[in-house]
Design a protein. Sequence first.
Length: 356
Amino acid sequence: MLEVTRQQTTQAESQLQELHLRSSQIQALKMRQVMALRDIEVAKKQALAQAQEEEQRLQGHLEATARFDCRIRDLEQLDDPTFLQESQLLAPPGPLAPLTPPQWDADQQLDGLKESLSQLCGLLLDKGDPGGAPAEAADSGSLEAPGALALVPSPVCPLRRKLWQNYRNLTFDPDSANRHLYLSRQDQQVEHRPKPRGPAKPGSFELWQVQCTQSFRSGRHYWEVHTSNHSVTLGVAYPELTRHKLGPHTDNISHGPSSWGLCVQEDSAQAWHNGKAQRLPGVSGKLLGVDLDLASGCLTFYSLEPETQRLHTFHGIFTRPLYPVFWLLEGRTLTLCHRPEARLPSGLQEEVSGLS
């Protein structure tokens, strides 16, 4: 009975986290909708101002033409010598310039709003999650596990859509997980709990860390992570990243030359490598992206809520395979977001270990 209760509690917590994720995405879509409506209003005012400008220009030309015509009729009443003299001083209005139409593209103005509304309706009608194979619960049992976790995108900017071209579906490595870290959802989700699972495995971290099964040695790769809250670190590391605690730090990600990381706290963020930190602006959203471009030697972290924003880029020469690695504080949960269409480019399968 106690075991069933624990399983039900785990399932309820998992569903609550999904609800929080869905809620944050809906809020992001609503914000995008407000911004799209604001942009339409600005574009409308600009188009009206352009139309009024053209109207004033045309009205001025008509008035100048009318004055010229009136002056011609006055001259016709004069004697010939005076007519010839006065007509030489009369200058006709200049040619009328082509009409400049207002810069208003209805399709362009409405595309962003239509996309936001479509995504919002999909979420509200529960069409945002593509179907998938069932996932395993954190504790095995007779309860039905929730559906497979899939990424429900927030409003997509061109940069993020381009990053998706190199999207990788990652999984956590159970053998590397600290005893306080519980994996679920087919190793796509990790949760920090007060009670340890049991004795430590030979390859597990002493600190509250876990790395992915997959590693990358060439090419370009992108993945996204959802955090239940801040106080987490995400990064990449060479295989030799020590499993043991070194010094006073709560994690060993980026405190040496073999790893790079982004530490996200409640009110700030820091980019770390080789024991040196660079302070960054605070991160408000809980959806983060990582872009690893081994060919150009760039590792870039993004905040994806409420909009895509680059946080920091590391530049270096990566000489060995890199594993995605994570640290999380007590009570935190990390989820590796999956996209159904994510796949490896041809010729790269052999270079990526463990990636299905």
